[in-house]
Ligand binder design. Structure first.
Ligand code: FAD
Length: 366
């Protein structure tokens, strides 16, 4: 990049989350002067882990890195070693436990069946002959039948989205992975793990060489920040960048209730989903189980409550209905004409797993 002026930095990166941190790393590697700002009081965005006296708490929900992309896996491991971790959540429906994802263990727990053929027949007999599903309820039943839907999908999904499955669009669920083997590994990816030392160490290593400033919102002094660097990489909300000129995008948000308990183990597993509608939270996460080397004598659990997003709340999940998709397309068109580089889940208004973010941030033209 040719320098036509004498600004302090080559790049200003707005957001020290995963996208911003990978981009900052690349720029520093290329010998550029990089400033990173974040409105939060920590680096890492939603990957941030809080230390509860020796238990690393995934502050914004459980994060398990999984990918089948060899290059992405090699790259993240070149920054920090990843410790193997297999995600095997348990579903709790009115106190009865089921393995996830839906597999032969689940089918045995539901129906007592022991062969794939018996399980397939059970599902087939409950699909209700639905050929053109009009809503999420019909879609789910057409894919996995009524028992799995009622026990393991309905309540959880209704809590997640805040409305009945019969009022949700069918295309929220395109497919539901069903396995006819005894395999509780949630993800199908080749590689799965959590950074040794946690995500904070991973992000800290990515930001070595960058000038990082926290508790600093780009919009509190936009004019100043627009003048400090030749190029801006923006990872915040896309509609805010354009002053909500077409209106506000909507999100689902989450409330995390962390609790430290003076017992070594609470539920014996990292993630337990509560699939009934009555329990107000969707899951309890017990963080020590993410790290087999954790020696703490206490444990920390987090109850996760989904809710409607309002201004000021943390935006977690984009809501991909027609209204928001059309709005997001209009903002993305503006972003394409801008000299600012937009990247990450908020700046693109798309749900991305971490491996998608790493891949995009490694490939994006700077
Ligand atoms: P963020 O992490 O949100 O980073 C953006 C940063 O920009 C934030 O730190 C924010 O404070 C900052 N910022 C925004 N606006 C401004 C501003 N105006 N000024 C200054 N700073 C600003 N992915 C997986 O692969 N595996 C999982 O198990 C997994 N679990 C998840 C669980 C939950 C509950 C959620 C919500 C997501 C999960 N994800 C998971 C997805 C993962 O969190 C994202 O892929 C990743 O965090 C996206 O990184 P990002 O940099 O785009 O966004």
């Amino acid at each position: 990049m040719s320098r036509q002026n004498s600004r302090d930095y080559d790049y200003l990166v707005v957001g020290a989350g995963l996208f911003g941190s990978v981009v900052a790393w690349r720029a520093v590697q290329a010998g550029k002067r990089v400033k990173v700002i974040d409105r939060r009081n920590h680096i890492g965005g939603n990957l941030y882990c809080a230390d509860y006296d020796g238990v690393a708490v995934h502050n914004y929900g459980p994060h398990i890195f999984h990918t089948s992309d060899e290059q992405v896996w090699q790259w993240v491991n070149s920054i920090v070693e990843f410790v193997p971790y297999i995600n095997s959540p348990i579903a709790n429906y009115h106190g009865k436990l089921y393995n996830l994802p839906f597999n032969m263990n689940t089918f045995h727990q539901l129906w007592g069946v022991t062969t794939a053929e018996e399980a397939q027949q059970k599902i087939e007999s409950q699909r209700g002959g639905i050929t053109n599903p009009q809503n999420l309820e019909q879609q789910a039943i057409s894919l996995v039948g009524t028992d799995i839907y009622n026990t393991l999908i309905k309540g959880y999904t209704e809590k997640q989205w805040g409305r009945d499955c019969s009022e949700l669009p069918a295309d929220i669920i395109r497919r539901l992975p069903v396995r006819f083997t005894y395999d509780n590994n949630y993800f199908n990816d080749t590689y799965q793990g959590i950074p040794r030392g946690g995500y904070n160490e991973f992000i800290a290593r990515l930001l070595v060489g960058a000038d990082v400033e926290l508790e600093c919102d780009f919009f509190d002094n936009r004019e100043h920040w627009e003048g400090v660097a030749d190029k801006i990489v923006y990872t915040g909300e896309i509609d805010r960048y354009f002053d909500y000129c077409y209106g506000k995008l909507e999100y689902r948000t989450l409330r995390f209730e962390h609790e430290q308990l003076n017992i070594p183990d609470y539920q014996g597993v990292a993630v337990m989903n509560f699939t009934d509608r009555e329990t107000p939270y969707t899951r309890i996460v017990e963080h020590r189980h993410f790290d087999s080397s954790c020696t703490a004598e206490h444990t920390v659990i987090t109850r996760e409550y989904p809710s409607e997003w309002q201004a000021g709340a943390e935006p977690y999940y984009p809501i991909n209905n027609q209204k928001n998709s059309q709005l997001a397309d209009k903002y993305r068109a503006l972003a394409e004409q801008s000299t600012t580089i937009f990247g990450g889940r908020l700046a693109e208004y798309r749900y991305y797993d971490m491996h998608h973010i790493v891949k995009k941030a490694l490939q994006i033209e700077l």
